[in-house]
Design a protein around this ligand. Structure first.
Ligand code: FAD
Length: 414
């Protein structure tokens, strides 16, 4: 297993001392989605247990690039193009609200995850991408959303060591953090609010009906729960009795490489932004003096779709990421990238996650498939899911966009 840098730096979660035979809600999956859901349910005094097959945050949530992004990582005019002028602002607002809510929780819970909100820099890889950034900026300006367009001539003030970029868009509400420390910090808060979080608890089967489900673990233990929430990304699709997850959610793999800490005089010349280029396909940031960069999925046949294996890296992608660094950051020549890892993400046909009741499976809910942006989505989505479970509805205006039912309706042709 090629463990991420983040996981090596994150303290383990303290296990609960007892196994609850029966709870109100069982959350399956201990990534950012499951932990956020358990936390918000526990804060509403719901008796909740989380069951995680491995360690908390050991899959995508502890293996990503730690960028809190806006707009699904896409340039904003493209979001308008894809979702229309009514829904695009709802999506943007949802992510912005996620960051605001998460920031408050980090401060209130004293979670140390190197959170730094200095904004994000979307760099133009080509002159064409610069024209698209200008279009995105025009839409952002029209909606009075904070941003700053940075022409190529001013880039050396923002990214002095960057080469061959054609301008950038700065989004001041974006941020970076250490993702494994974030999720395990949230797990600590969830535990102290009353949730019981169980690692090495792989779920094999869910049987029963709303109000009385039996959750069977691979090691023979069982747990009974009135409600089940699936937070398994693309890794537990078979647990959904309706088959919707198996039909709708698909896996793809991302890869990241990182240097050791750079000499201080070099590291200090890189800004602390969430950075990306090429329509967010390549992304990079600094972490404690290291340069961390990911992407290049598109550069290999099959684009890393269909695999669930995050124990290996793709050497061609490693090479292509190094070439990207060589082209854009010649100051890093001669610095090795001894750390490399992969993580499995979950996609959906429309690029939006599933947040809500699973159609045809009363009492079962899903919170998964963030299409590569779950870190930016899941804290607020977990709160909304808790509202759906407890109140039967969530007031956030973007929530109708994420209903799992949209895919069942599509399958029925309605
Ligand atoms: C290389 C890379 C870079 C990324 N960069 C960013 C970024 O910068 N910003 C951003 O917002 N997002 C980013 N992402 C995406 C983000 O990491 C994911 O969207 C997010 O972590 C998904 O969280 P999750 O909880 O849904 O899934 P996961 O973290 O995968 O958690 C699902 C959990 O379910 C558990 N599970 C599965 N089956 C079972 C079972 N049967 N029983 C018990 N447990 C089970 C798994 O063990 C796993 O821990 C990146 C992802 C990758 C891989």
């Amino acid at each position: 297993m090629s463990d991420s840098l983040w996981l090596r730096e994150a303290p383990a979660v303290t296990p609960p001392s007892t196994w609850p035979d029966r709870v109100d809600v069982a959350v399956i999956g201990g990534g950012v989605a499951g932990v956020a859901t358990a936390l918000h349910l526990a804060e509403r005094n719901v008796h909740v247990a989380l069951l995680e097959a491995g360690a908390i945050a050991s899959r995508a949530s502890g293996r990503n690039d730690g960028q809190l992004l806006l707009g699904l990582g896409e340039h904003y005019h493209r979001i308008h193009g894809q979702f229309g002028s009514e829904r695009a602002p709802l999506l943007w607002d949802f992510l912005r609200d996620n960051h605001t809510a998460l920031r408050s929780c980090l401060a209130a819970g004293d979670i140390d995850c190197d959170f730094a909100q200095m904004g994000g820099l979307r760099l133009a890889e080509t002159p064409h991408e610069w024209t698209e950034l200008e279009e995105a900026a025009a839409v952002l300006a029209r909606e009075q959303r904070p941003h700053e367009l940075v022409p190529a001539s001013a880039l050396d003030q923002w990214l002095p060591l960057g080469h061959e970029f054609h301008g950038a868009l700065h989004l001041p509400e974006e941020a970076v953090l250490q993702p494994a420390r974030l999720v395990r910090g949230l797990a600590r808060i969830a535990s102290s609010s009353g949730a019981s979080l169980h690692e090495d608890a792989a779920v094999a089967r869910v049987t029963g009906e709303a109000g009385d489900f039996t959750i069977e673990l691979a090691d023979g233990r069982t747990l009974r729960a009135a409600v089940v929430v699936h937070c398994t990304s693309t890794l537990g699709r078979e647990l959904d009795p309706s088959g919707l997850l198996a039909r709708t959610v698909f896996p793809f793999r991302g890869q990241v490489i990182a240097t050791d800490p750079l000499p201080i005089e070099l590291a200090s010349r890189f800004p602390p932004y969430a950075m990306s280029s090429n329509f967010c396909y390549e992304y990079f940031r600094m972490h404690r003096g290291r340069f961390v960069v990911g992407g290049m999925r598109w550069s290999v046949p099959g684009e890393e779709q269909g695999t669930l294996d995050d124990s290996v890296v793709n050497p061609t992608i490693t090479q292509n990421l190094r070439d990207y660094v060589r082209k854009h950051f010649p100051a890093l020549d001669g610095h090795d990238f001894p750390h490399a890892w992969t993580g499995i993400m979950a996609g959906t046909p429309d690029g939006l996650p599933l947040v809500g009741p699973l159609p045809g499976s009363a009492g079962q809910f899903a919170l998964l498939a963030f299409n590569g942006y779950g870190l930016s989505f899941a804290f607020l989505a977990g709160r909304c899911l808790a509202e759906l479970v407890v109140d039967g509805q969530s007031p956030h205006p973007a929530m109708p966009l994420f209903q799992p039912r949209r895919f069942a309706d599509a399958a029925l042709g309605s």
